[in-house]
Each structure stands twice: as structure tokens, then as C-alpha cells.
Design a protein around this ligand. Structure first.
Ligand code: FUB
Length: 327
């Protein structure tokens, strides 16, 4: 009894430490010991960028104290590696408070490089326009600091009311620059949307184009291999990740099946897919870090991703061991 009580106290104290830890102010290195890869704080919604031989991993930070269950996310985090196992955490690169028009909520996003600048598209809650909105921040370095690139949201809820009435559909941006130089922003909850970005990466061009995907929930991620665009996304709820393929980024997409099953102890899953040093990686989150882990205290994990000879993707095998150092 005494032992159980002290174990509970230790678990509670370590959870308080993990959610209350200070924002990162200097570079700190650590070695991942299997999955989850980050264990000194809860991290969610991973988005990876391969740039000049390194991987940069961006994630929101889950800060909800146990046993409460709601999203408390007040900052984003950035990590880098050159082997997928030895990581450096860099100073906190961006917070919702860096957008004067935002009310809070460091939800999912993605960073892309263009002409030596790094553009980070993120979802936050808007102060004045009811609902979630997408902002874009810019930096000269992949590790930041980032600052608001426009002074206003690039996408707001009132732009999509003709497609869905919910206030949280404008979330989870993914971004891609096609080989002709045209950039696209893809996002959405319950409905997937796409819009062209101007060369400056901070203004949109043309109309919003809905993308039809079966049983679409959220978390779109675009990647390309050969001639194929792969649009992976979270399906149903609790979420699995599935995917569809097309020769055109705007679709139509053909549904190909489930890519990742329910992620342990988390009702969301949220993937990012990259190729690095000749291997493909599936980066996602689960709620499995410790006894307080769960849907609102999530942790980033990394496993390998493999393709079939016809270009379709094999179902991901989530592992405890994670990946080996990339050479
Ligand atoms: O982290 C907040 C939300 O949970 C994200 O925007 C969704 O993709 C889900 O992971």
C-alpha cells in the first residue's frame, strides 16, 4: 500500500515536471532510447523538414496537467538531428503569442524552405474571427526564432463556411512546392482544402479547392515519390492514418488504405513522412510515454516506412525500439 502510494506520488511529480518544464532557452542534446523519442516533455503533431543534410523536427508541446483532459498547448518546439537518434533541442522557436491576432493554441503545422527563408504554417485560435485559423511565420534559420510573416491570418474560418459549419476545420496545414515552383497549402478538419500560394509564400492565389478523401478527419501530409503524390491523413476517431495517391497534387486522389493503426493511448495520431539518407521515416505521436501519457499528453515517435514494388505503402509497424542511427 505504502509502495503503491509512493509510486503514485512519483508519477504525479514527474508529470508536473514534464508539463511545467520551462521553455527551452539553449541548445540541449539527448539520445533517443527507442519510442517515444522525446521524454523530457510531451510533444505532439510532428512535422519534419530535411534541409542540407539534417532533419528538423517541429512539434507542439502538450502542457495539460494530469488528470485534466483538454488541449493546453502554449508553444511549439524544434529539434534537429543528423542520424534520427541523436537530437538537439533548440530554444523555443515560436509561440501563439507571436501572432498579435491569435488567442492561443499551438496546434499542428509544417515548415518549408524557399529561397533561403523558412516558412512555418501553423493552426491557432483567432482572437476576433470565431474559430481556428492558419498563420504563417518566417525565419532565416530552420531553428528560428520565427516571427509573424503577415501580421494577419492567411486562412480564417469565415473563408470555409460554405464547405463546413464547424469552427475548427481550418487546422493542420501541410505545404508543398511542386516542380514547376507552384506552392500549395493543404489543410482541414472533416473537409480537406487546398489553395495555391503566391511566390512570396505568405499570400494565397485563386480559390479554395476542396479535395475529396474518404472518411477524412484531419492531419493531411503531402509527400512525393517518383511521379506520385501521397496524401496521408487521419481517418475516423480515434484516428488511424490512411492515404491516397494521385499524379496531380490537387487530385483527384485514389484511396489506398490504412497506413498506421491507432497509436497507443492517444485518440489522435498525426503523421509526417520524410526520406532521409536513403530510408523513409514515419513520424507520429502516441500517448504512451508514461502513466500520465494520453490524448492530451502525447509523445513523438519514429518508425521506418516501406513501399511495395507498385508504389503503394506498406502498413507501418509501430515499435518500442524505434529506428537505428542513419548513416
Ligand atoms: O494537437 C491539436 C490537434 O490534435 C491537431 O491539430 C490535430 O491534428 C490533432 O493531433
Amino acid at each position: 500500500m505504502k509502495k503503491t502510494l509512493s509510486l503514485l506520488v512519483i508519477a504525479a511529480l514527474s508529470a508536473i515536471q514534464l508539463v511545467c518544464a520551462q521553455s527551452a532557452t539553449k541548445d540541449t542534446t539527448f539520445r533517443a532510447n527507442g519510442n517515444p523519442i522525446i521524454r523530457h516533455k510531451y510533444t505532439a503533431d510532428p512535422a519534419a523538414l530535411v534541409y542540407k543534410g539534417k532533419v528538423y523536427l517541429y512539434a507542439g508541446r502538450d502542457q495539460c496537467p494530469a488528470p485534466q483532459n483538454r488541449y493546453v498547448m502554449n508553444e511549439w518546439t524544434v529539434f534537429s538531428t543528423d542520424d534520427m537518434v541523436n537530437w538537439t533541442e533548440h530554444p523555443t522557436p515560436l509561440k501563439p503569442t507571436d501572432f498579435s491576432w491569435a488567442q492561443g493554441d499551438a496546434w499542428a503545422g509544417q515548415v518549408i524552405e524557399r529561397n533561403g527563408k523558412f516558412y512555418w504554417y501553423v493552426a491557432v485560435s483567432h482572437k476576433d474571427i470565431h474559430g481556428k485559423a492558419i498563420g504563417v511565420a518566417v525565419s532565416d534559420s530552420p531553428t528560428g526564432p520565427f516571427k509573424d510573416a503577415r501580421g494577419s491570418a492567411i486562412i480564417t474560418n469565415d473563408m470555409t463556411t460554405k464547405y463546413t459549419k464547424i469552427s475548427w476545420d481550418d487546422i493542420d496545414p501541410t505545404v508543398y512546392i511542386d516542380k514547376d515552383g507552384q506552392a500549395y497549402l493543404i489543410w482541414g478538419n472533416t473537409q480537406c482544402y487546398c489553395i495555391k500560394l503566391k511566390e512570396n509564400m505568405i499570400d494565397t492565389e485563386g480559390e479554395i479547392m476542396p479535395i475529396d478523401l474518404p472518411r477524412y478527419t484531419e492531419a493531411p501530409w503531402i509527400h512525393k515519390r517518383g511521379d506520385w503524390f501521397y496524401l496521408s491523413y487521419a481517418t475516423e476517431f480515434p484516428e488511424k492514418i490512411c492515404y491516397a495517391m494521385s499524379k496531380k497534387i490537387t487530385g483527384p486522389y485514389e484511396y489506398k488504405g490504412i497506413l498506421n493503426e491507432l497509436a497507443g493511448n492517444s485518440n489522435t495520431n498525426h503523421q509526417s513522412i520524410i526520406e532521409y539518407k536513403g530510408k523513409w521515416y514515419f513520424i507520429y505521436h502516441n500517448g504512451g510515454m508514461d502513466v500520465n501519457g494520453g490524448s492530451f499528453r502525447r509523445s513523438v515517435c519514429v518508425d521506418y516506412l516501406y513501399y511495395n514494388p507498385d508504389g503503394t505503402m506498406k502498413r507501418v509497424q509501430m515499435t518500442t525500439e524505434g529506428v537505428k542511427p542513419a548513416k
